[in-house]
Design a protein around this ligand. Sequence first.
Ligand code: 5GP
Ligand code: ZN
Length: 108
Amino acid sequence: MDCIFCKIARKEIPKKFDYEDEYIMAFADINPVRPVHILLVPKKHYEDLYNLDDQNVLFSMHKGVRKIVDDKKLIGQGFRIITNGGGAQLVNHLHFHLMGPVDSQEKI
Ligand code: 5GP
Ligand code: ZN
């Protein structure tokens, strides 16, 4: 499929992964909005969270989040996860943005 994240999953575009398992991969956003801005992305193409039909992906997302939060030492500094869907996304391949540090007073 002609999708940038599918190409990364097929290793057609070389990318350093911060986390990888059978179901997902995680890599730095090309245009970070926080010092830590990692995308967690299923290897299989789903348009958005609404269209996801494999709970293994969510389990892996949780494992990936925990690994990156530990590696980037975000406990105590704060982190935030967002996912755009239903047409709000720019890349039509499900991904979670994991961002930090985040202050508890800043809302969105
Ligand atoms: P969305 O609006 O779909 O939630 O966000 C798409 C995100 O993907 C943006 O933050 C954008 O910077 C990021 N992005 C788009 N193309 C690439 C790419 O080729 N490589 C990486 N690492 N990030 C990308
Ligand atoms: Zn895709």
